[in-house]
Design a protein around this ligand. Sequence first.
Ligand SMILES: N[C@@H](CCC(=O)N[C@@H](CS)C(=O)NCC(=O)O)C(=O)O
Length: 310
Amino acid sequence: MQLYHHPYSLDSQKVRMALEEKGIDYTSYHVNPLTGKNMNVDFFRMNPSAKLPVFQNGAHVIYRAIDIIQYIDRLAVHLSGEIPPVNTVVNQWMQKVDAWNPKMFTLTHTPVKYRAFVSKFIRRVLIARMAEAPDLASMYHVKLRAAYETDDKVKDPEIMRQSEEELSKLLDDVENQLSKTKYLAGDDFSPADSMFIPILARITLLDLDEEYINCRPKILEYYNLVKHRPSYKVAIGKYFNGWKKYRTLFKTSFFLCENAIPGTVLHKERAWQQATMTHHGTEAPDLTCMYYVKLREAYDMEGKDPNIMK
Ligand SMILES: N[C@@H](CCC(=O)N[C@@H](CS)C(=O)NCC(=O)O)C(=O)O
């Protein structure tokens, strides 16, 4: 079994916690979305959404965190030989937690300068990969368009308000539940907890504990309790406790700075794109014109961004 994931990715953390809780062994592959590694051709070919995590068991590939966790659960039951009834309470909580999308919340609480820098870098990677694998150009194009849409959305104060409101509502429901039970779906730890705890860790990473956690005593107590679990330590604590948080973040910023020095990525990639285009043009002359249309569109989108050439 293989898991493609990254310590930064909240949805990956959910799956990693569930795997640790069940004691399931797997081969781990780190794919850093902040450095555009999820756009690498081999990975993108397997998973054109480029989203993490991806779980593979033989020919079986699963893409959504909730589906992976349900699969792991069934697998663990199968291995232990017992067949407990389907726990609807656990499932309901899993669906509820899954319904909150952390993307806009995270982006709107990330400093603008850093956000713009990463976004520009990712768009350049996308354009370069498009030229590298012209057969995937239209899929890369979908991602590029989505990246521009996200850039627009993130500037909308209403989007920020909405994501904050949805999170507060989820936390209020959890607070209420934790006043009745020790864990989310009862008095035993369940996959619903594996899905929820990374949300608390994200709030901490964004330095928002005061606003969202400390004011909810039951959640605070629960958070302090679950932080002692080995699954939390392996999936989250290991990367984000104290100074390690800065080491994890530093590794990515170092990569981004190295590759963003003017004249390296952009010019090298452009020269290379020309070569690739010529190569593919010769290989499939009937498609040359379409390749150029895709690349031209990508460059046009790039040109529309007032910051991209700075
Ligand atoms: N519905 C998916 C969402 C996965 C997702 O959005 N993953 C983020 C990281 S937590 C990602 O890979 N983003 C990179 C991208 O969209 O290019 C799931 O539950 O697994």
